[in-house]
Design a protein around this ligand. Structure first.
Ligand SMILES: Cc1cc2nc3c(=O)[nH]c(=O)nc-3n(C[C@H](O)[C@H](O)[C@H](O)COP(=O)(O)OP(=O)(O)OC[C@H]3O[C@@H](n4cnc5c(N)ncnc54)[C@H](O)[C@@H]3O)c2cc1C
Ligand SMILES: *[C@@H]1O[C@H](CO)[C@@H](O)[C@H](O)[C@H]1NC(C)=O
Ligand SMILES: *[C@@H]1O[C@H](CO)[C@@H](O)[C@H](O)[C@H]1NC(C)=O
Ligand SMILES: *[C@@H]1O[C@H](CO)[C@@H](O)[C@H](O)[C@H]1NC(C)=O
Ligand SMILES: *[C@@H]1O[C@H](CO)[C@@H](O)[C@H](O)[C@H]1NC(C)=O
Ligand SMILES: *[C@@H]1O[C@H](CO)[C@@H](O)[C@H](O)[C@H]1NC(C)=O
Length: 583
């Protein structure tokens, strides 16, 4: 995508806007001199934020438009483009229906770009800084303090709750901080040599696919998520960070050794177990975009692991089939044992993918026998030639991930509502509770056909020796303590079309949420901040539990002026105009 440079010409357009009495928001009342001053402070790296598909509205036959159409559903292209988000409602203003979208079911369709439709800025920041240096961030804080233009922190644009966009704002784009290094004897700055451990240091823009490839090349394991384009050190890490290895090896926040951050006072700080400990607590679960802008993070590297993997997948069940219910029954009945043994992964109504870095191939086959027997029976009873039943060994996480990422792709370029719930170990305590859980999972899935069981809470990790060692090295994290008691993290989604009305969009938020009510009724009040319902009730306790009070104190200490604020983030000011596009 081409980047539109903020030129002297566009500064004069701004100056014209500033004189319009109808536009008295901070963005339009900021003087051209103030923008020019900022532009110089960041070595010219201040650009206009351009919607991904704008070229198709300007000239739908242009080469640039063809490029946008081809890239519209491509996750990497979106992650690499400032004016694009993975879930497209965050490019739009949902309250006013201002948008610049194509039809995700057919990006070549001429309908969205034909009059009277036009391309609007929506929630895409009007300007952004391509961040390369800590000073860029300090300059943006000073600018926002002076002008009251809202600041946004954007990395890959994967956020499900719109926390990386806001209307009429200035963004800090951390995507191009892409350094990555490995130090077998990393000592957090200011700590004693006794704290040395292998560490991978990533710039804030590094994505998991890159980190996995880097780890492969160095014969190490880093513990990350299931998506190649989610950032390592941004929202994922600061909100918790779960993946298929988290049951056995911990959440992202369990494995951080150090952060570098610019706080709203403009100071560049090193944050670890030996200095700025309050921020170390806050950045390990308190959420992205809240306490400062992270420029890099160092995470624990483990030796390469051999993985046992089991993959079962059926064709999507037809109405009337009870395969989903039977699959959920097998999974629920075995979940505590499997979690104790080190299995993690994910499942939906017709797929189950498990990996385990802790056991032998023979032990794995024995452990997973109930699932494999079930799959073989279903396959033969239903004459399912396309069912897949695989039990195999991978020599590393990276090799497993490549296999996985080939077969399972994220929804990209769509608008959708997501909800989340953590399922507690107590939900498995008796046969009765297990049946309640199976019924709730089946009902929630029936309503949206989209339920995912993420088998990624750090259950075994939080009980075993390695965890004790890592914990002794660190302070506690600020995610809800319910993560430690949980066996599943459940999500459901509900999408809508590019041309949906506000009424229809609200109905989809409601639909995803109502489906999750089946699980809300039987579980403690806890969910994952990064994948939660946009309208999560009691969100402060659901995301952080008793850690919330301390997080709020730290927010007030480092960001008393609310230079950083985001939806349902610690200490947010709900009245801010930056939230005017939420429905
Ligand atoms: C397809 C897909 C798959 C996913 N898979 C997983 C998964 O397996 N496990 C999991 O735990 N989560 C997963 N997520 C959720 C993911 O953790 C969140 O979307 C997360 O917010 C992404 O962070 P980001 O920095 O990449 O994205 P962004 O949308 O750019 O940022 C997200 C939030 O972090 C803030 N932020 C970003 N960079 C910085 C920074 N440098 N300093 C301070 N704040 C910053 C932003 O302001 C915003 O609040 C997935 C999401 C998607 C869309
Ligand atoms: C990235 O690495 C290069 C080479 O080691 C170094 O010169 C540069 O300062 C690093 N950049 C950042 C932002 O850390
Ligand atoms: C990784 O392991 C392989 C095989 O054991 C070896 O050939 C290679 O040199 C190792 N690479 C590094 C960077 O240690
Ligand atoms: C599914 O259906 C089969 C046969 O129709 C039945 O034997 C089985 O008990 C059902 N399973 C569940 C979980 O209801
Ligand atoms: C099973 O499916 C195959 C291929 O679809 C078909 O040829 C065969 O007749 C089916 N067998 C039974 C018992 O339904
Ligand atoms: C919305 O777009 C779809 C194509 O994606 C089209 O079939 C439908 O008619 C449109 N709806 C309205 C109300 O225009």
């Amino acid at each position: 995508m081409s980047l539109a440079l903020l030129t002297v010409a566009s500064v004069s357009v701004l100056s014209a806007l500033a004189k319009s009495p109808a536009q008295r928001d901070p963005l339009s009342s900021t003087s051209p001199e103030a923008w020019e001053h900022l532009r110089r402070k960041v070595d010219g790296r201040l650009y206009a934020g351009v919607p991904f598909a704008q070229q198709c509205f300007d000239d739908s036959t242009s080469e640039a438009c063809l490029v946008a159409r081809r890239a519209y559903l491509d996750e990497t292209s979106r992650s690499n483009t400032f004016g694009a988000y993975i879930n497209t409602q965050w490019e739009t203003c949902q309250t006013t229906a201002e948008q610049c979208l194509l039809d995700f079911t057919d990006p070549n369709s001429a309908l969205p770009t034909s009059p009277p439709n036009k391309c609007s800025q929506g929630s895409i920041s009007n300007y952004y800084i391509d961040v390369r240096l800590p000073q860029d961030i300090s300059a943006a804080f000073a600018f926002s303090r002076r002008t009251a233009v809202p600041l946004v922190v954007k990395n890959t644009g994967h956020d499900y709750k719109g926390r990386s966009s806001a209307p009429r704002s200035l963004a800090l784009w951390t995507h191009n901080l892409r350094n990555i290094t490995f130090n077998p004897n990393f000592v957090p700055s200011g700590c004693s040599k006794q704290r040395s451990s292998p560490g991978v240091t990533v710039g804030a823009g590094v994505m998991w696919g890159e980190a996995y490839a880097f780890a492969e090349a160095h014969n190490i394991t880093v513990v990350g998520g299931s998506d190649k384009n989610v950032g390592v050190a941004g929202g994922w890490l600061q909100g918790g960070g779960h993946g298929a290895l988290s049951n056995s090896m911990g959440l992202g926040v369990d494995r951080v050794l150090e952060f570098k951050i610019v706080t709203p006072d403009g100071k560049f700080r090193t944050v670890n177990a030996c200095q700025n400990e309050d921020l170390f607590f806050a950045l390990r679960g308190g959420g992205g975009g809240t306490f400062g802008v992270v420029t890099e993070a160092t995470i624990l590297a483990s030796p390469q692991v051999t993985l046992q993997a089991v993959v079962v997948s059926f064709p999507r069940p037809t109405p009337g089939s009870n395969i989903t219910q039977e699959l959920f029954s097998i999974i629920v009945a075995n979940s505590i044992r499997w979690a104790d043994e080190g299995w993690g992964g994910l499942a939906n109504g017709f797929t189950a993918i498990y990996v385990n870095p802790l056991i032998s191939q023979a032990k794995a086959a024995e452990s997973m026998k109930p699932l494999i027997d079930f799959a073989n029976r279903v396959k033969s009873e239903n004459n399912m030639t396309s069912a897949r039943i695989v039990a195999t060994e991978f020599p590393s996480w990276g090799q497993f991930f490549n296999f996985f990422a080939n077969g399972f792709v994220a929804a990209v370029g769509q608008s959708l509502a997501l909800t989340s719930r953590l399922v507690n170990q107590d939900n498995f305590a008796t046969a009765h509770k297990q049946q309640q859980l199976i019924n709730a999972l089946t009902a929630a899935n029936a309503e949206t056909q989209s339920l995912i069981i993420l088998i990624s809470p750090p259950h075994r990790f939080s009980r075993r020796g390695e965890a004790k060692k890592i914990k002794a090295n660190n302070a506690i994290t600020s995610v809800t303590p319910m993560w430690r008691e949980s066996i599943y993290h459940i999500t459901t989604v509900s999408p809508w079309n590019w041309n949906a009305t506000t009424f229809e969009k609200k109905a989809q938020y409601q639909r995803a949420s109502t489906a999750m009510d089946h699980l809300r009724r039987i579980t403690p009040d806890a969910s994952y901040v990064n994948e939660a319902d946009v309208h999560e009730s009691n969100h402060e306790s659901a995301f952080w539990g008793h850690n919330f009070k301390e997080l709020l104190r730290i927010k007030k200490k480092y960001d008393p002026e609310h230079l950083l604020d985001c939806w349902h983030c610690v200490g947010w000011n709900q009245q801010s105009p930056r939230f005017s596009c939420y429905i």
